[in-house]
Structure formats: structure tokens, C-alpha cells
Design a protein around this ligand. Structure first.
Ligand code: NAP
Length: 509
């Protein structure tokens, strides 16, 4: 099956050499993509000329109703999408649901926000303030949708959620979307795009999909466009430094690698609720999506004198994990998503074997894109490879540490900035400074304690109402965060004028 792009309001088959897409469980080819041939400058123009004006003419409530409709479509076709996810991405049923339900859930969440924002077409930011000492001459900040295209470049690991979460925010802001999924798993994004297009819910030009490689897309960006990228930090650097992006000062958001840390507080006793929460969260992150989550824990910090019992508890929990065919009931870890992912994770595991011991390792089937899920254990916390390299699979390393809270924060910050960090402690005096000390280095922190031990989806779950992104190595970006996310697609403008005139123009009078 040749996967097509949806550009300028029609399905376009690429030209040039085909790239095969395989079922990672069997290695059999399931589809192909050809990257050449499309006029991407014309595709962006089409979106700017048709999609932008159509979306801007709608109120937030109307845009929100579209998002609700798109979410309902995903939900109504859930079983088919789960199958596509398995055959094109090697996901277990649970992993496919995580991606697909995440997509529908985020669209619905922003649909609901649209309803709440109501009949407006743009946002006010704060209250009007007096200019100098005048009561009549005031300044009011507004957030108006930009007149460009939201160009979304996504990673392979969330072909449904990644596409939907970015698009939901841009559409609610009133900006058309051109989405480019990661090629290896794009069959699921293409199927969702087909459902959206067939439904006719979106105005013409509001949505475009580019399958295959990026081509010369970024050569055609203009000053009103926004580029939101998710992927590896090296690719992120290329995107940020693209000459057309630099020339036009195009707004860019980068979501990249992250050496997410999980910290077990010295006060936490084995068997306690907080300890169980830590175990659940860490093992879930190793298992879920075969560890291919940007938010998955990679570094597990445990006080040196507690390492033995903690590793024992973790390995005991992991010993029952089933690795195998994701289509079989009971399988918890499937293959990684593609042959290139297989090469990268296998190489990362080989590097970790040089600097840390294997604490636990699962048996994995041969063939396909199966890797060996492994929990490593280092002798100390000073292991540069562990702090610097993300092995994007079912792999994590336990790092023993000793010292005070400041030293711990220093150690964690060797990851260079992360998406999320989790801290497990019931000791307010210890955990408070650790959480606040880690905050400048992270976009999100989960503080697990006995009071919330049974209420958390874990640090690996990105939520629409909380920001997603992190400083430094994690890309320096920020997405979602409820209404905050809309500002990326809007221009914040301070309008200075007579209060009465302004109130009437802004719909306040
Ligand atoms: P990747 O190789 O960097 O690719 C990401 C996207 O960029 C893909 O759509 C890719 O297209 C595209 N791309 C490749 N070269 C490009 C270029 N020169 N200009 C513009 N776009 C280009 O990353 P990946 O392997 O898909 O994803 C894995 C990485 O993503 C991991 O490191 C993970 O940590 C990170 N990630 C981060 C987050 C987050 O929210 N922070 C979420 C998920 C994943 P092709 O697929 O066609 O090459």
C-alpha cells in the first residue's frame, strides 16, 4: 500500500524511490512511502489562503465543536486504529490505546476549552492597564491567531497522539495545520487523516498531511508560520538553524530527548505506599510502549545504602513481564517500532553494558525488531554515558547516590534539562527543597507521596492541562498546558488606545 499525502485539498502520491515500512513484529513490509514530487510551497500557500481565514472566522466554541467531532471519529474507529498501530508500530493493545485514546482525549479536552472560551475569536491577555498616569489612555494585551501555518513535525513514537495534541491546540487558536508524522509509523497518522478528511468537519485548507521525508518544506516558511518539532535533539538543532527559519525569525518549539530521572527519597521504606508508587511508576515506564516514550524514566536515583533492596524489588516486579508478539494476549512488551530504532537501541544497550551491570534482563524473541529489555545498575552516579545518552527503548539505569539535597539536584541536572522528573518522598523537609531545586531543570515534576500513591497516572503520561516540554537538552520547548498552549500560535499584541474605543472593539463594552 502506497501511503499518500493530503496537500492542497487532495490526496497526492509521492514520486521517487519507495521507502518500505515494516511490521516490526515480523519484519514483513506493510506499506511504502515515496517522498518526492509534491509542491510544498504551494501546499503552505493553500493552507494560508484558505485554512487560515476559515478558521479565524469561527468562534472558539465552533472550533471546539470541530475538535469534539474529530475526537469522536477516532473513538468510533478505535478497533481499526488499534490494528493499524500494531501492524505498523508493533504496539500491544494497551500501548496502542495509550496513543489512540490520548489523541481522542486531548482533542476532547481542547474541544471543551473551546466551549468554555465561547463566542470570541481571539483572547484578551490580562486587564487593560493605564498608560503612564492616564485613566482613559490604556493598554490591553490581546492574543490573535497568526496568519501562517502551524507546521508540525512529529516523532515516530506517538503517530496518533503526537499529531492530535499539536493540531488540537493550533486549530483551537485558529491556525491551519500541516502535519508531518515520523515516517516509520506514519500508517496510523495517515489512517486518522483519512477519517478526518472524509468527515468534512474541517474547513478546506485547515489540515494538510505530509507523508515521507520533510523535503524542501522548511524552505517555504514565512514570518507568520510556526514550527513545532518533536524528535531527537540533533534533528531539532537542524530545524532551529534552518536558513529560512532563521531568516524570517519563524517561531519554533522544540520537544527533544530527555534523560528523565526518578528519585527515591531516603525516607521511603520498602513496602510502604510511596515505595509501591515508585515501583509502579518505574516499571510502567520501562514496559509501556517498549520504553519508547519521551517521558519514560531513564535514570533511577536511589540512596546508596538502599540500592540492594530497591533493585531486588524492581527485578522481582519485572521478572513476570512478558515480551513477545504484541498481538497475543498477555504480552506486555512488544518490539521497538522500526529496524532503525532496533539498531539504535541495540547499540545503546551495548554502550551501557560497558559502564553498568545488568540487574535484570528479559528474554526477547529473535527476529523482527525485538530488543532485550534491560535494567542496568551502575556502581556510582558518575557515569557520563547514562547522563548524556537517551537509549530510546525498554532500558533504564539505577544510579546510587549519597550526599545532601543540593548534590542530588546537581547530579540530576547532569541530564542537561528534562521533560519530567519524579520524586518519591513523604519527608517534607527533604523533598520540598529537592522539588524546587529541580524545577528550573524540568518542564514537569511529579512528587509522589503516600497521600497520592493511588491517584497518579505516573510521570510518563502527558496531560493536556499541564505543560509538556523542558529546558536544555529536552529542547527548550513548551506545549499544551491548557489555554497557555494557544499563545504559541498567536501574536500577543499590546494595543494602546482610548479605553472606551478599545472596550467596544474588544467586545468588552
Ligand atoms: P527524529 O529522527 O529526530 O525525527 C523526528 C521528525 O523529524 C520525523 O518526522 C523526521 O522525519 C523529521 N526529520 C528528520 N530529518 C529532518 C530534517 N532535516 N528537518 C526537519 N525534520 C526532519 O526522531 P524520531 O526518531 O522520530 O523520534 C525519537 C526521538 O524523539 C527520541 O529522541 C525522543 O526522545 C524524541 N521525542 C521527544 C518527545 C518530546 O515531546 N520531547 C516526544 C517523542 C519523542 P522522518 O521520520 O521522515 O525521518
Amino acid at each position: 500500500m502506497a501511503l499518500k499525502s493530503w496537500l492542497e485539498g487532495r490526496w497526492v502520491e509521492g514520486t521517487g524511490a519507495p521507502s518500505p515500512l515494516v511490521d516490526p513484529t515480523t519484519g514483513a513490509q506493510v506499506a511504502e512511502v515515496r517522498s518526492g514530487g509534491a509542491d510544498l510551497g504551494a501546499a503552505l500557500d493553500h493552507a494560508r489562503r484558505h485554512g487560515g481565514p476559515a478558521l479565524r472566522a469561527l468562534t472558539f466554541a465552533q472550533r471546539g465543536a470541530i475538535l469534539d467531532g474529530l475526537a469522536a471519529l477516532i473513538h468510533a474507529n478505535r478497533e481499526e486504529l488499534i490494528d493499524v498501530s500494531r501492524t505498523s508500530g508493533g504496539t500491544t493493545r494497551g500501548d496502542a490505546k495509550f496513543d489512540i485514546d490520548g489523541a481522542a482525549g486531548t482533542l476532547s479536552w481542547y474541544g471543551h476549552l473551546g466551549k468554555k472560551l465561547g463566542d470570541r475569536t481571539f483572547l484578551l491577555d490580562g486587564e487593560a492597564e493605564g498608560v503612564l498616569r492616564s485613566k482613559r489612555f490604556v493598554g490591553q494585551h490581546v492574543l490573535v491567531p497568526r496568519h501562517g501555518v502551524a507546521i508540525h513535525i512529529n516523532a515516530f513514537n506517538f503517530p496518533a497522539w503526537g499529531m492530535a495534541e499539536k493540531a488540537a491546540v493550533a486549530w483551537l487558536a485558529g491556525v491551519p495545520v500541516l502535519s508531518k508524522p515520523g515516517t516509520a509509523t506514519c500508517a496510523l497518522s495517515v489512517r486518522i487523516a483519512e477519517l478526518w478528511v472524509e468527515s468534512g468537519l474541517l474547513p478546506a485548507g485547515a489540515f494538510s498531511l505530509l507523508t515521507g521525508s520533510i523535503g524542501d518544506l522548511l524552505d517555504h516558511v514565512g514570518p507568520q508560520d510556526c514550527v513545532a518539532f518533536t524528535g531527537g535533539s540533533e534533528t531539532g538543532r537542524v530545524v532551529r538553524g534552518h536558513p529560512a527559519i532563521v531568516r524570517h525569525n519563524v517561531r519554533v518549539n522544540i520537544e527533544a530527548d530527555s534523560l528523565n530521572a526518578s528519585i527515591l527519597g531516603p525516607d521511603v521504606e520498602p513496602g510502604s505506599d510511596t515505595f509501591q508508587m515508585f515501583l509502579n511508576d518505574v516499571t510502567r515506564d520501562l514496559i509501556q510502549k517498549a520504553g519508547q516514550k519521551c517521558t519514560a524514566v531513564r535514570r533511577i536515583f536511589v540512596a546508596a545504602d538502599r540500592v540492594e533492596e530497591t533493585v531486588e524489588a524492581l527485578t522481582d516486579r519485572m521478572s513476570r513481564v512478558v515480551v513477545g508478539d504484541p498481538g497475543e494476549k498477555g504480552t506486555e512488551i512488544g518490539p521497538v517500532a522500526s529496524p532503525s530504532q532496533h539498531r539504535s537501541v541495540t547499540a545503546g544497550i551495548a554502550e551501557l553494558e560497558k559502564v553498568a551491570k545488568v540487574a535484570w534482563r528479559a528474554e526477547a524473541p529473535g527476529g523482527g525488531c525485538f530488543v532485550t529489555p534491560t535494567l542496568f545498575r551502575a556502581d556510582g552516579a558518575d557515569v557520563p554515558y547514562v547522563h548524556e545518552h537517551e537509549v530510546f527503548g525498554p532500558v533504564a539505569t539505577v544510579l546510587p547516590w549519597s550526599g545532601d539535597a543540593d548534590e542530588l539536584v546537581q547530579l540530576v541536572s547532569r541530564g542537561g534539562g528534562g521533560l519530567v522528573c519524579s520524586v518519591y518522598s513523604d519527608d517534607l523537609a527533604w523533598a520540598g527543597p529537592v522539588v524546587l531545586g529541580l524545577a528550573p531543570w524540568h518542564g514537569r515534576i511529579l512528587w509522589g507521596s503516600a497521600k497520592v500513591h493511588d491517584q497518579s497516572p505516573g510521570p510518563g503520561t502527558v496531560l493536556p492541562n499541564l505543560v509538556h516540554g523542558g529546558p536544555g537538552k529536552a529542547g527548550g520547548g513548551e506545549e499544551l498546558g491548557g489555554q497557555r498552549g494557544l499563545s504559541f500560535y498567536c501574536q500577543r499584541t499590546a494595543i494602546q488606545a482610548d479605553r472606551g474605543l478599545l472596550d467596544r472593539v474588544l467586545g468588552k463594552a
